[in-house]
Design a protein around this ligand. Structure first.
Ligand code: C2E
Ligand code: MG
Ligand code: MG
Length: 703
C-alpha cells in the first residue's frame, strides 16, 4: 500500500454482486479488482504484489472463499479478509476464526452502507498494521528509537543490554502496564515479573532460543499484569544484536497493547455461535452440542438425552401489536425464564424467530424431560413485563428422546418439531413426546386443512345449542352456540379437533363468520317464534385469531343488521388468554364491540392468569367460570373457595357469573348457595340441534 492506494480484491461468481460492490465502493484512492473463481483470484494475486482487503464469497464454482483467503494470508498476514456468507455450519465459523477473518457480511446485502463501512475499517486497520511494521523494522536496524517513541506509535519500546543486564523501558511501555515513568526501574525483571504465570515459561524459553541463534526473531503474545490488577494482552517483538563472534550483546524491540483486538476476536467467535437478541447459543452451536450428544449416545448405552423444542404461541401477534423492540424484549425475557428451567450441562438455544430448543443432557428417564416441559410452560405462562405492559405468552412443546438409532442431530430436531406441531394442533400450550407413529402427522395436518377448506365451501358446519339457565327461577335465558363439523365420512366432528388447526391456518375467520351468521339467524327465529318469552340470546365463541382480525367489528355489525335480532340477542364469548395475549389490541376491539351494544363474556375464566380487577378495566359483562373449577366443587375445599371468590369479586365489579360444566345436582346446589347467576352444563342439557332446542323452549322447562 506504498502508494496510499487501497487495493481491494472481490471474489464472487455472481456478476450482479460485482456490479453492486463496484457501485458502492468505487472511490478515489481505491482500486477494485474482480474475480469470479478461485482460479481467477490466483492469477490476480500473482499479478499484484499487495492486496489490502479481500471480499470473498464463501462458495465459488471451483472451491471456497477460504482457499483464496488462505492463499492471501500465507503471502501477507496483514491482509484483511471479509467473508460474504451466512455462517451455515460450525466448520465455516471455526475456519473463519482460524483464518483471522476480520469481519463478515451476510448476502444478500441488506445494508450496503454497512459493507462500505466494514471495508473502510478494514483499510484503516491494514494501513495501521503496515505502518507499525515499517516502524518496527526501522527501529530494529537503527538507533532511531527516541524519534520513534515520540511518533506516538502504539508501541512501547524496550532496549536490553545483555551484558550489563540493564534495560530501558520507554514511557509508552510503562504506560501499557499502568505505571508512570518513575515507577519502573531498569531491571529485566520489571518485564518478566509482570508476565502471566501461564505465559512466563514460554516467553523466557523463546527469548533464550532467539539469543542462542535458533530463532531469527523473538515474537510472542502474552498477558502482562497491569497496575490495576488486571491482565493486558501484549504483542512483543524483539531482535538481538550480535558481536563479531555471533554472541548476542543487546536485544531491542517493541511491546504493543493488543487487548482490544483480542477481545474483538473472542467477541467474533462468540457472535458466530450466539443469538444477538437473547444471547443464547444459536442453531449452529446447538446442532454442534446435539451432535456431540448423539455421538455419545451411540457409544454409551446408558446415556440418554432429550431435545425439547418450543415456540411461543402467537408471538407474532404480540410482536406486531407492540412493535419489534418489545418483541425482542419478550424473546430475551423468555430466554431468561428458559434458563431457570434447566440444569448445569443442559443447553438452551434460540433457533430463530420464536423458536427455542433445550438439550437436556444425561437424562435419567423420560419423565424428567416431561417434568422440564411442565416447568417451562408454568414459567413462561407467568405474566411478563415488557416496556411497562403485562404480556402473556404460552408455548407449544415437542419432545424427542434419544435412542441408538439416531445418527444425525437434525433428525432429533425434526422429530421434536413433528411432536411440537402435534402439540399445537391439540390446542397450544401443550407438550407432546414424539413417537414414531407421528411420522405422517404433518401430512395429516395438511389434509385436514384441505378438508376444512372444502367443508367451508360445502357449508358442512352446523351449530348445536346448549341452554344457559338462570339459577334464580330456573328459566332458560339463552344458548351457547357450539360448532360441529358434519363430515361426509367421519360423521360429527367436535370443535376440539378442528378449531386449533383452523386457528393456525387462518380458516377460523370464514368458519367464525358462518357461525355468527347462523347463530344470529337462529336467535332472530326464536325471538319471533316465542314472543311471549323474555328475549332470548345466543352466545358465540370468538377465537383469538378472529378477535385480532381487523374485520371482526364489521362482521358482527353486518350480521346484526341482517338478522335484525332484538338488542342483546347476540353475545360474544372471548377466552381469557385471547384477551391477555394481546391486551392492547383486544381492549380497543372490545370497546368497538360495546359500541354495537354487544355483550361480552369472558370464557373459561380461571384457566389463564388475568386478575378480575384487570378485567374490570375492559368492557366485560359476564365471566364464565371454567368447568375445571365447577367439576370439583364439593370434592376439594380449595376449589369452592376459588368459585366463591370469583363470584364475590365479579359481583362487586358489576359482572354476572355463569358456571360452566354443571353436571350434578350437588354442584347446582352449591352454586345456588354461592349466589351464582347462571349455569350451563350436562346436568341441564347437552348441546343439541336447533330443532331439539326449539322443542325444549316449547316445553319451557324450569329447573
Ligand atoms: P367452551 O366455549 O368452553 O364451550 C363449552 C364446552 O364445554 C363445549 O364443548 C360443551 O359441549 C362442553 N360442556 C358443556 N357442559 C358440559 C358439562 O357439563 N360437562 C362437560 N364435560 N362438558 C360440557 P364443545 O362443544 O366440544 O366445544 C369445545 C370448545 O370449542 C368450546 O369451549 C370453544 O372454546 C370451542 N368452540 C366451540 N364452538 C366454537 C365456535 O363456533 N367458534 C370458536 N372459535 N370456538 C368454538
Ligand atoms: Mg364458550
Ligand atoms: Mg368455556
Amino acid at each position: 500500500m506504498s502508494t496510499n492506494q487501497l487495493r481491494i480484491l472481490v471474489v464472487d461468481d455472481e456478476p450482479v454482486v460485482h456490479a453492486v460492490i463496484e457501485e458502492a465502493l468505487r472511490a478515489p484512492g481505491r482500486e477494485l479488482l474482480f474475480a469470479s473463481s478461485v482460479g481467477d483470484a490466483g492469477q490476480i494475486i500473482k499479478a499484484n504484489t499487495t492486496i489490502d482487503v479481500a471480499l470473498l464469497d464463501k462458495n465459488l464454482p471451483d472451491g471456497s472463499g477460504f482457499d483464496v483467503g488462505r492463499q492471501l494470508k500465507e503471502r501477507d498476514p496483514e491482509v484483511e479478509v471479509i467473508l460474504m456468507t451466512g455462517f451455515a455450519t460450525v466448520d465455516s465459523a471455526v475456519d473463519a476464526v482460524k483464518l483471522g477473518v476480520f469481519d463478515y457480511v451476510t448476502k444478500p446485502f441488506d445494508d450496503i452502507n454497512r459493507l462500505v463501512l466494514q471495508v473502510q475499517n478494514a483499510g484503516e486497520k491494514v494501513r495501521l498494521k503496515r505502518e507499525h511494521r515499517r516502524l518496527v523494522a526501522r527501529l530494529l536496524d537503527s538507533e532511531q528509537r527516541y524519534t520513534l517513541a515520540t511518533l506516538g506509535a502504539n508501541d512501547g519500546l524496550w532496549d536490553w543490554d545483555l551484558l550489563t543486564e540493564q534495560m530501558y523501558f520507554a514511557p509508552r511501555w510503562k504506560d501499557i502496564v499502568g505505571c508512570s515513568d518513575v515507577e519502573i526501574g531498569s531491571s529485566p525483571e520489571e518485564w518478566f515479573s509482570r508476565i502471566h504465570p501461564e505465559d512466563a515459561v514460554r516467553v523466557r524459553s523463546l527469548i533464550r532460543t532467539h539469543i542462542d541463534g535458533h530463532l531469527p526473531q523473538f515474537k510472542d503474545e502474552h498477558r502482562m499484569l497491569h497496575k490495576d490488577g488486571t491482565y493486558r494482552w501484549v504483542l512483543v517483538r524483539g531482535v538481538a544484536t550480535r558481536d563479531s563472534t555471533g554472541r548476542a550483546v543487546r536485544m531491542a524491540g517493541s511491546q504493543t497493547d493488543i487487548t482490544e483486538s483480542r477481545l474483538a476476536e473472542q467477541q467474533m467467535q462468540y457472535d458466530a455461535l450466539h443469538d444477538a437478541v437473547t444471547f443464547l447459543p444459536n442453531r449452529v452451536l446447538f446442532l454442534d452440542r446435539l451432535g456431540q450428544a448423539v455421538a455419545r449416545a451411540r457409544r454409551r448405552t446408558d446415556y440418554r438425552f432429550a431435545v425439547v423444542l418450543l415456540d411461543l404461541d402467537r408471538f407474532k401477534i404480540v410482536n406486531d401489536s407492540l412493535g419489534h423492540t418489545s418483541g425482542d424484549e419478550l424473546l430475551g425475557a423468555a430466554a431468561r425464564r428458559l434458563e431457570t428451567c434447566m440444569r448445569a450441562g443442559d443447553t438452551a438455544a434460540r433457533l430463530g424467530g420464536d423458536e427455542f430448543a433445550l438439550l437436556l443432557d444425561d437424562l435419567r428417564n423420560l419423565e424428567d424431560a416431561v417434568h422440564v416441559a411442565d416447568r417451562i410452560q408454568t414459567e413462561l405462562a407467568k405474566p411478563l413485563n415488557i416496556s411497562g405492559k403485562e404480556v402473556f405468552v404460552t408455548s407449544s412443546i415437542g419432545i424427542a428422546v434419544s435412542n441408538q438409532t439416531y445418527s444425525r442431530p437434525e433428525d432429533l430436531l425434526r422429530d421434536a418439531d413433528i411432536a411440537m406441531y402435534r402439540a399445537k394442533a391439540q390446542g397450544k400450550a401443550r407438550h407432546v413426546v414424539f413417537d414414531p407413529a407421528m411420522q405422517g402427522r404433518p401430512v395429516r395436518l395438511l389434509e385436514l386443512d384441505t378438508a376444512l377448506r372444502r367443508a367451508i365451501e360445502r357449508r358442512e358446519f352446523l351449530l348445536h345449542y346448549q341452554p344457559i339457565i338462570a339459577l334464580d327461577g330456573g328459566r332458560i335465558v339463552g344458548f351457547e352456540a357450539l360448532v360441529r363439523w358434519q363430515h361426509p365420512e367421519r360423521g360429527m366432528v367436535g370443535p376440539g379437533e378442528f378449531i386449533p388447526v383452523a386457528e393456525e391456518t387462518g380458516l377460523i375467520i370464514p368458519i367464525s363468520r358462518l357461525v355468527l351468521e347462523d347463530a344470529s339467524r337462529q336467535v332472530r327465529a326464536w325471538q319471533a317464534h316465542f314472543p311471549a318469552l323474555p328475549p332470548l340470546y345466543v352466545s358465540v365463541n370468538i377465537s383469538t385469531r378472529h378477535l385480532m382480525f381487523p374485520g371482526l367489528v364489521e362482521d358482527v355489525s353486518r350480521v346484526m343488521r341482517e338478522s335484525a335480532a332484538l338488542p342483546n340477542g347476540l353475545r360474544l364469548e372471548i377466552t381469557e388468554s385471547a384477551v391477555m395475549e394481546n391486551a392492547e389490541t383486544a381492549a380497543g376491539v372490545l370497546e368497538a364491540l360495546k359500541g354495537l351494544k354487544v355483550q361480552i363474556y369472558m370464557d373459561d375464566f380461571g384457566t389463564g392468569y388475568s386478575s378480575l380487577s384487570y378485567l374490570h378495566r375492559l368492557p366485560i359483562d359476564s365471566v364464565k367460570i371454567d368447568r375445571s373449577f365447577v367439576s370439583s366443587l364439593g370434592k376439594e375445599g380449595e376449589n369452592s373457595v376459588i368459585v366463591h371468590t370469583i363470584i364475590t369479586l365479579a359481583r362487586a365489579l358489576g359482572m354476572e357469573v355463569i358456571a360452566e360444566g354443571v353436571e350434578t345436582a350437588d354442584q347446582l346446589l352449591q352454586l345456588r348457595a354461592l349466589k351464582c347467576d347462571h349455569a350451563q352444563g350436562f346436568f341441564f342439557a347437552k348441546p343439541m340441534a336447533p330443532d331439539a332446542a326449539s322443542a325444549l323452549l316449547e316445553r319451557h322447562p324450569t329447573w
